[in-house]
Design a binder for this molecule. Structure first.
Ligand code: NAD
Length: 462
């Protein structure tokens, strides 16, 4: 039976294209569906639909939008299982992880529906109530959301939730490697009664659509999550028109273990964040810094967890090939690599690396594969310097006993997020921000909403 063909979603239309991209099941290689290969003229049409929808969506006001968003969030909730299945197959994430991604992402839409209700205009009265300063949050306008394959639902809803609350309209451009779940989110907006044109979805080639969106005069903001390399290209395209930009990029996360830490908790953090989603996470633990006298004890607590892992396939062929290259590089430079073999199909064996330092690719570049490098330290200041060494600053982890020393050390870590004595890092109400080479701007929390607002001061003098 031929695979289903999924058209572009543009306003109230479902648009076929001359060419289509197959989307494979990562575990079996079977074609799950074909998605439309959008062209620059389709981007023009989607931008026109988004611009046309903008005035009425803004005029609905915060309470009106909150009501629509709440309905949308409930429709998403009702389809959580179906969306998680799509992620599980197109990206390869184990079903439990896919379900968790969808559940947490739906909470973000509920959260920002609530935030919309609290979007107040402020007035500073003048000599009388009809004069003074009115400061109102206006939507930035039409937003292009360009998202990666590793959290294909979360990273759309982190943008869509606050953008809708602020009164923006959005064109979602998911990664071609895993577009099905993201596209389904947009399809369900119609069922939820979201007005046509508020959410469109254009699938297709990243560079072609990226250039069309980022250079388009009708796009006011680009909200991008992905690699540093592509971010630089997007910023260059967006700069001649000085478009608003938010860039959420990669990381090189460290877990710093203090000498009074609970080593079982530390081992759990390394296991959960080093190997979840096959290590293909921007918030992954890539390096563990542990006091030298505790290294052997820590490794002994970590190894059984690694042996019991049941990883899904790698999400991309190039990620699987890169896994092999990184293991070879580490061995060639004298590191000790436990595991790390290529398995059948798209599967790889998780790895644990010791005797590695700067100069080994795994230690310097975002690995994006299931591996943790354990590095012993003798001096805490030197360990903090190593945590901060890479030109990344997204998420790091810290385990310690004495709370004052632990928190003081946490503040020395140059990352937008530092998780202390645990691994669950993302909540809808706190910002998720990349420092240094990990990005510009923030998602989630109040800053994540402000990112879709432009402030207007109405100075009423008479
Ligand atoms: P990527 O940069 O290759 O792709 C991201 C998006 O850009 C996709 O939609 C892709 O189609 C598009 N794209 C690719 N090449 C393009 C080009 N030349 N011009 C315009 N658009 C292009 O990233 P990826 O491999 O999909 O995702 C992995 C990266 O994303 C990692 O670096 C990871 O750390 C990062 N990431 C960051 C966060 C965060 O919140 N900071 C979250 C998840 C992933």
């Amino acid at each position: 039976m031929a695979a289903a063909r999924l058209p572009l979603i543009i306003g109230d239309a479902r648009v076929d294209t001359p060419e289509w991209f197959p989307v494979d099941d990562r575990a079996t290689g079977a074609v799950m569906a074909e998605v439309a290969a959008g062209r620059p003229e389709d981007v023009d049409r989607a931008v026109a639909a988004a611009r046309a929808a903008l005035p009425a969506w803004d005029a609905l006001g915060p309470l009106g939008r909150a009501a629509v968003m709440t309905k949308y969030a409930h429709v998403l909730d009702a389809h959580q299982g179906e969306i998680a299945e799509l992620i599980h197959h197109e990206e390869g994430k184990p079903i439990g992880e896919a379900q968790a991604e969808v559940a947490r992402a739906c909470e973000v839409v509920h959260h920002f529906a609530g935030e919309a209700e609290r979007l107040w205009t402020r007035q500073l009265p003048g000599a009388n109530l009809s004069t003074g300063s009115i400061v109102r949050p206006a939507p930035i306008g039409v937003v292009a959301a360009i998202t990666p394959w590793n959290f294909p639902v979360a990273l759309v809803l982190w943008k869509l939730g606050p953008a809708m609350a602020a009164g923006c309209t959005m064109i979602v451009k998911p990664a071609i490697e895993a577009p099905l779940a993201a596209r389904r989110l947009c399809d369900l907006a119609t069922e939820a009664g979201v007005p046509d044109g508020v959410i469109s979805c254009i699938t297709g080639d990243g560079p072609i659509l990226g250039e069309a969106l980022c250079t388009h005069s009708g796009v006011d903001k680009v909200a991008f999550t992905g690699s540093r390399r592509v971010a630089e290209q997007i910023a260059a395209w967006a700069s001649p028109r000085l478009k608003a930009l938010s860039l959420e990029l990669g990381g090189h996360g460290a877990l710093l273990v203090l000498d009074d830490a609970d080593l079982d908790v530390a081992a759990e953090v390394a296991l959960m964040q080093g190997y979840a989603n096959c290590g293909q996470a921007c918030y992954a633990v890539n390096r563990v810094l542990v006091p030298r006298h505790l290294e052997a004890d820590f490794l002994n607590r970590l190894r059984p967890g690694i042996a019991a892992l049941n990883l899904g396939p790698m999400a991309t062929d190039r990620g699987r090939d890169r896994h092999a290259m990184l293991m070879d590089d580490a061995r060639a430079k004298g590191a000790t690599v436990e595991g790390g073999a290529l398995l059948d199909g798209n599967y790889v064996e998780p790895a644990l690396v010791t005797n590695a330092g700067p100069g080994v690719l795994l230690v310097d570049e975002e690995p994006f594969t299931p591996v943790v490098v354990v590095m012993p330290y003798d001096d805490l200041d030197a360990a903090v310097a190593e945590v901060n060494r890479p030109d990344y600053g997204l998420v790091s982890y810290l385990c310690g006993g004495d709370s004052r020393r632990t928190l003081e050390t946490a503040q020395r870590i140059e990352c937008g997020t530092v998780a202390v004595n645990g691994w669950r890092v993302v909540v809808p109400y706190a910002p998720y921000a990349g420092w240094k080479g990990s990005g510009i701007g923030a998602e989630l929390g109040q800053p994540g909403l402000d990112a879709f607002i432009r402030w207007q001061h109405l100075r009423v003098l008479a």
